[in-house]
Ligand binder design. Sequence first.
Ligand code: PHE
Length: 339
Amino acid sequence: MLEKIQQLLAEVETLQAHSAEELEALRIKYLSKKGSISALMNDFRSVPAEQKKEVGIKINELKTRAFDKINALRAEFAQTDSADDDIDITRTAYPTPLGTRHPLTIVKNEIVDIFSRLGFSLAEGPEVEDDWHVFGSMNFADDHPARDMQDTFFIEARPDVILRTHTSSVQSRVMEKTQPPIRIICPGRVYRNEAISARAHCFFHQVEGLYVDKEVSFTDLKQVLLLFAREMFGEGTQIRLRPSYFPFTEPSAEMDISCNICGGTGCAFCKHTGWVEILGCGMVDPAVLQLNGIDPTKYKGYAFGMGVERIANLKYQVKDLRMFSENDMRFLREFEAAN
Ligand code: PHE
């Protein structure tokens, strides 16, 4: 019996297989229930008691060796197989070209980010709007010139359906559904019927802000805008508010920041004034609260709206507005690092 085991051990060491079928045949010959090792196990019963221990150990050794050898042959096959497929799994993958974010997206995200840190939450509304949300609910008189054909895109068959001319429509969309406190920041695209040139486009982007609560003051507005300007353009940035007029705010103001291109000393960008206008703002007109279902005797609010292209121009000095919508890869790739 020991001799037989020894012989099988030697045999197992020299096993070779040239195909999967040959390997399977070897497995059956040695390791299956009807294989030679199982046969040995059956004969084990007739081994004299004093030899049982030694024979048992040897059979086990043979079994392990046969098992290992057949597995090793299988592993060799697996490797040869992938080589046959001509795939070199050790090669590095081709680099995937990275896309770039659009500069307006980068700037919009930055604006939204600053205001979210101040507790403003994101709100959005439709670009295709109705006259009520764009003008009526924002306290524009029926004969206000902003409704004029020259500014607003109308849809011929449906005079009530328009492309929004400002994101202030989102103020109304939120107020009609929500009671204060309301603190929202609303980015979006707006449309105006303008001839396309380096300085004007028929669509551009705005970010609107609205805060309505019991105690809201002009000081709060000014403080939030100062903080925004410094986060966006740097610690040393100054702001200046000039009285202005919007139908939906009273009092109203336009805000300038110290020109961050020349640092306020005067350059072509700021037309040598040292200041550049970046947004409109004011205290929400009580009439607007009333029109949108909020009690003006209980609540007050402030609102502001800024042009994203304008802020992007200040940050990146893009001289021609058309660059933002032409999708010229040479221009877009400039912003790879700003992602
Ligand atoms: N909607 C104004 C515009 O488009 C900006 C603005 C928003 C002004 C909110 C005051 C308050 O010019």
